[in-house]
Design a protein around this ligand. Structure first.
Ligand SMILES: [Zn+2]
Length: 344
């Protein structure tokens, strides 16, 4: 029973978002290039081998699987990992890391609380200190109450849908059951939390870890590896993917602009950037994302100034330049609504 409860705990964190229409849209996007492409080598892969490893610099790697991109640092005595994706694949993540080093995994940093970034925490908890911003712990511990508040209504909606999705209904039903029973101490939340800034020293490498203005959520963390000159941006980084702006957990389009500016002002122009979703990039790649958010907030401002209602604005707006980004149909209108709510 404990196993089941734990499984559901993670399941629920993974899909704790879909408790309203907008939050369904806020589901973590599928990693566009993270899955193996079906090709000639397809049959040579073990079905569970969904991982792709990309060495960067100074012992820092990017690891693509399912969910938010993982970063990890191999130090002389210890390994530090950024984000844990989902529980079902977390053992595979550990295995993949072990394929490049026999050093123990001692630290896990969560960039924020979404289930595609913290879903594997339980697997890491026995051996790694889990570190994140204060609000990540807060949101993870609040998850059962949120599910009990929003879940039953959402379940009703799902059942009324003309073409109901039995898998989603089953998952949400299980979440609600889990939320009724789970004990706070069973939730694999970070045990070491910080408010504004933290440094971690692993061998000769120093990691600058800081909290940005609320952007994707109000618990966002970025991690800069000084020596390797690599930055992990968590979900402040979406490359050719429409971002999730989780307004229900403090996310904000204007905050996104401020957060990107805050981060880019602190790192060298030639930094290598691991985004939460999409391929490894650089400052130019992040500037494209910034431009998207600026275009969106600009359009919202213009519409509001012209007296257009939110409903009309959201219905009418399109930004064709970004239509080929992954997640445009699912999330663009949600982003537009969040932008409209914020501008004056
Ligand atoms: Zn996220």
């Amino acid at each position: 029973m404990f196993m089941l409860a734990s499984l559901l705990a993670l399941l629920s964190l993974a899909i704790a978002q879909p408790l309203s229409q907008e939050r369904v849209a806020a589901q973590p996007p599928p990693p566009p290039a993270a899955s193996p492409s079906p090709g000639p080598e397809h049959h040579d892969r073990a079905p569970t081998d969904i991982f792709r490893l990309q060495p960067l610099a100074g012992g820092v790697y990017a690891l693509f699987g399912r969910g938010g991109n993982i970063g990890f640092l191999v130090g002389p005595d210890a390994v530090l990992v950024i984000d844990s994706q989902f529980k079902d694949i977390a053992p595979g993540i550990v295995e993949k890391i072990k394929s490049v080093t026999d050093k123990p995994i001692k630290y896990l940093v969560n960039t924020h609380h979404h289930g595609d970034h913290v879903g594997g925490n339980e697997i890491f908890r026995p051996f790694a200190v889990i570190i994140a911003h204060d609000n990540v712990r807060k949101h993870m511990l609040a998850s059962p109450a949120e599910i009990l508040r929003d879940g039953p209504g959402r379940l009703e909606q799902m059942k009324k849908d003309p073409s109901p999705n039995p898998q989603n209904i089953q998952a949400l039903t299980e979440q609600i059951e889990w939320a009724k029973k789970v004990k706070v101490e069973e939730i694999p939340a970070p045990v070491l939390t910080y408010n504004s800034e933290l440094r971690i020293h692993v061998g000769g490498e120093t990691l600058q870890i800081w909290h940005t203005p609320p952007a994707h959520t109000d618990g966002d963390t970025v991690i800069y590896f000084e020596k390797a000159n690599v930055l992990h941006m968590g979900d402040l980084g979406f490359i050719k993917v429409i971002p999730v702006i989780d307004a229900a957990h403090g996310g904000s389009p204007r905050g996104y602009l401020a957060a990107i500016d805050n981060v880019l002002a602190r790192v060298p122009a030639n930094v290598t950037i691991v985004p939460g979703h999409g391929e490894v990039t650089n400052v130019e790649g992040i500037k494209v994302l910034r431009q998207y958010i600026e275009d969106l907030t600009g359009a919202a401002q213009k519409a509001k100034a012209a007296g257009k209602s939110k409903e009309d604005f959201v219905k009418e707006i399109e930004l064709p330049a970004y239509k080929d980004w992954n997640g445009y149909p699912a999330r663009f209108k949600g982003n537009a609504g969040a932008a409209y709510d914020e501008v004056r």
